[in-house]
Design a binder for this molecule. Structure first.
Ligand SMILES: [Zn+2]
Length: 234
C-alpha cells in the first residue's frame, strides 16, 4: 500500500489543482479553493481511518474532532461565555478523539468495508450533508465539497492498488484486489451498514439540481482563466 505521505501529497496535488480550476471557472470566492483542497486531502487519507494507532487514524480523528469543535464554537460563540465555550469545546474534542476513536476500532478491520467504493459513496454523501446542514454552505458548494472528498478517496484506493503491483519484479502482491473493491464481500454486514448509512444520508443531502447553478456561473471566457494569455494568442 502507498504510505501516508504519498497519499497526502498526491491528494494535495490533485485537490489543489482541481480546486483552483473550479474556483476560477465557476467564479467562486477565493477561500473556496482552500476548503475544496482540504476536502480533497481529507478524502485522500480517509480510507485508512480504520488503521488503529496509525498516523491517518489518529490524525483524522483529531482533525474531525477539531472540525466539529470549531464549527460548534462558531455557531455558538454569541450564545455562551468564553469559559463555557472553552469547557464544552475541550469536552467535544476529547469525546471524539478517545471514546469514539476506541469504539470505532472495535468494529473495523483495516482494508475492510471502509476501503471500498461503497464507502466512497457514503463519505461523499455525508460530506454533502455536513457541508449543507452543519457548515452552512450553499447547495451547489456542498455537492462540490462531496465531489472533492470522493475524488481524494478514489485516488487513495487507486494508489493502494497500484502499489500492490510490484512493477520491478513484475509480480502482483497478495494485497492486490483488496484496496479497490465495490463492497467488502467478506464482511457483508459491515457493507450493508455502509449502504444503509448512504441511503439515510441521501435523504438529508441538498437538492442535486443545484449543481446546475454552477453551470450558469461558468466564466464565458473560461479558457483565459486557465491558460496564460500569451498561449491563447494565435
Ligand atoms: Zn489505504
Amino acid at each position: 500500500m502507498a504510505d501516508f505521505n504519498t497519499h497526502v501529497f498526491s491528494a494535495a496535488v490533485l485537490a489543489s489543482v482541481g480546486a483552483a480550476v473550479c474556483t476560477k471557472v465557476f467564479n467562486l470566492p477565493p477561500e473556496t479553493a482552500l476548503l475544496l483542497s482540504a476536502a480533497g486531502v481529507l478524502g485522500g487519507v480517509l480510507p485508512d481511518i480504520d488503521l488503529k494507532y496509525s498516523v491517518p487514524s489518529k490524525a483524522l480523528f483529531s482533525a474531525i474532532a477539531v472540525f466539529i469543535c470549531l464549527t460548534w464554537l462558531l455557531a455558538n460563540i454569541a450564545r455562551y461565555s468564553v469559559l463555557e465555550l472553552s469547557v464544552a469545546t475541550a469536552a467535544i474534542y476529547c469525546f471524539f478523539r478517545y471514546p469514539i476513536w476506541a469504539l470505532f476500532h472495535q468494529f473495523t478491520v483495516h482494508r475492510g468495508a471502509l476501503h471500498s467504493l461503497a464507502a466512497l459513496l457514503m463519505f461523499g454523501l455525508i460530506s454533502a450533508v455536513v457541508g449543507f446542514h452543519w457548515m452552512g454552505l450553499s447547495e451547489a458548494l456542498s455537492w462540490l465539497l462531496a465531489l472533492f472528498v470522493s475524488m481524494g478517496f478514489a485516488l487513495h484506493l487507486i494508489l493502494d492498488e497500484i502499489y500492490s503491483v510490484d512493477f520491478m519484479g513484475a509480480r502482483i502482491k497478495r494485497s492486490f484486489g483488496t484496496a479497490l473493491k465495490v463492497i467488502d464481500s467478506e464482511r457483508l454486514p459491515a457493507s450493508c451498514v455502509i449502504l444503509f448509512i448512504s441511503l439515510v444520508a441521501w435523504f438529508w443531502t441538498p437538492d442535486a439540481d443545484s449543481v446546475l447553478e454552477l453551470g450558469r456561473n461558468v466564466q464565458p471566457d473560461w479558457k483565459t482563466v486557465l491558460l496564460p494569455h500569451y498561449l491563447l494568442k494565435p
